[in-house]
Structures are given as structure tokens and as C-alpha cells.
Design a protein around this ligand. Sequence first.
Ligand SMILES: [Zn+2]
Length: 160
Amino acid sequence: MGQKPYPFTPEQLAWLHDLETTDAPQTRGALHRIVKTEEFPVGYCCLGRAAVTLGLRESPWSEDEHLIAFHGSAANLMFFHRLHLRSASGDLLHKVEDLSALSELNDEERWSFKEIAAYCREHPWNVFTDPLAKHAKGCPWNPKTGESCNCGFFKKDFSL
Ligand SMILES: [Zn+2]
């Protein structure tokens, strides 16, 4: 895709740098899994590293000890909007390997953190929305209340 250069934000670059350099183990199906199961090792998924990079605290009220939630990340998408991801699962504008989200590339294709970071750097417009774009007039989206976006802001292809 011939595209205009993507205006990476400092938070996005910090996340990608974390994925490229962290020694943290990688798991699947959880932001941060702290108890090994027969199926899954302990570790983070790529979006769990996003939560860490953003400085989110792990919830002490997480009911499932295997699936650590970060404050706000499950119920409220605003933290992921800070990274201008297309959803809390890292939805992709166009499918990759027949998969539609970063979480699936992590969980199903089992891409490494480094592979996920490399993809995001190479195809940022497929992963991120435009941090400089504006919501349509009248869109009720409010980062403080976590209102959803009516104008499709988070799905738009701003590379065109
Ligand atoms: Zn909107």
C-alpha cells in the first residue's frame, strides 16, 4: 500500500519499542496471565504490553487469577484509544493471514512481540487510526466517559 507517512505518537513508539525489547514472556488469550495452565504459559499478550506501556495498574479486583485485567481496559476502551488502536482487540482495517485483529495474530498465528511490532511499523495505517484526525461534527465520543464513536472514527482509513 502506497501511503502517506504515519504520524506515530510518542506512546505508540514507546509500545513498539517495548515489544521489540521486552524480556517478558508471551502468552495467549489474556492481557497478563500470572498462573500457568496446561494450555497457556504465564506472560503477556501484545496488548497487555500496551497496557503496561501506558502505565495502567493491574486490577486487584480481577476475579480470575489467570486473566489479569488492567484498570479500565475491559470495560472502557479509552486506554486503547490513547494508542489510536482500532479497538481494544487491536482490530485491523484489512485482514492479515485471514485474521482481523492483533489479538488474533498474537493468539492464533502466534506472532512474536517483535513480529507484531515490525508489522505495526510497516503497516501502521492498517493497525492505527490517524491521531491527527477529527471526529465528525456531532459525534458523542468523549474520552472521559468512554462514549462510543458514532462517526466510525476508529474504523476509518485515514491513509487515503
Ligand atoms: Zn467519532
